[in-house]
Write a new protein. Structure first.
Length: 269
């Protein structure tokens, strides 16, 4: 499944194809975008890069996409800088360079690209390619959340809950976890579910927590699948369901969660 931001980008290019190209047009999407890019319409260069990256009009060409993202970024298209950073991070163009990736994310974040700010927050939180800094992680998560990144809101929520780079604030954490979840962040739904299940800063509600864990799991968060399995296997819970719990543990185990694999072993997998 494509991440929300990537899916949105694909949708933009597809919408362009539908609006600009019709059955009577001689050129295909890439040819049209190539012409516009050569006329220095920088947005068209980024759109053409996306088309090549996903193979919207012909075979995928990640090398060409990389070149076009770089061209558009150098022309101050900050959205292209975000895509360029992700491509460079994945080494799609054969030029992996941690310092360069960080610089590109910085440039995109400064240009209000929320996903870039979220990526920088995570890097500073984990110390990936940069010195570990809870304070900088908090700053980038805050900026990304303000710009509309659900993932950044989720990171900010956890920081507020555990006191990472700031004083703990359960009420703010709850509100941010809810915001992240409603914005489509699966980990945010797990965090919100944990708060609801434990009655931390919000009324305790097991049924609501279960729905949040389901939403988290369906969104691809292994933590949500594991949490749902644990809740369903708890005989003290209001709705124990061993068979469904086992299915959740199997799903999480297949996603690489060792805790869930161990639970399966104890259940007689």
């Amino acid at each position: 499944m494509l991440p929300f931001a990537a899916g949105l980008a694909v949708g933009v290019v597809a919408a362009f194809a539908a609006s600009w190209l019709g059955p009577s047009r001689a050129k295909g999407l890439n040819a049209e975008l190539e012409d516009r890019c050569e006329r220095r319409e920088i947005t068209a260069c980024r759109q053409l890069a996306l088309s090549h990256q996903i193979g919207l009009d012909g075979p995928r060409d990640e090398k060409r996409a990389f070149e076009l993202f770089e061209r558009a970024c150098n022309a101050n298209d900050v959205a292209a800088c975000l895509h360029f950073a992700k491509a460079a991070e994945a080494d799609r163009g054969g030029n992996a360079d941690p310092a360069r990736v960080i610089a590109l994310y910085e440039r995109a974040c400064q240009g209000s690209q929320a996903e870039a700010c979220a990526a920088l927050g995570k890097r500073h939180e984990k110390g990936r390619g940069v010195a570990k800094s809870p304070e900088k992680a908090l700053e980038y998560y805050q900026r990304g959340c303000d710009f509309g990144s659900a993932e950044a809101c989720g990171g900010l929520a956890l920081a507020k809950y555990i006191g990472m780079g700031t004083e703990p604030n359960v009420e703010q954490a709850v509100a941010l976890f809810e915001k992240a979840c409603n914005g489509g962040d699966a980990e945010g739904c797990h965090g919100f579910g944990r708060m609801v299940l434990g009655g931390r800063g919000v009324p305790k509600d097991e049924a609501r927590a279960m729905k949040l864990f389901e939403r988290s799991c369906e969104g691809g968060a292994v933590t949500g699948c594991r949490a749902l399995g644990l809740l369903l296997s708890d005989e003290k819970a209001g709705q124990p369901d061993p068979a469904r719990a086992k299915a959740m543990f199997e799903r999480a185990c297949n996603m690489g969660d060792h805790v869930s694999c161990e639970r399966l072993e104890r259940m007689g997998r």
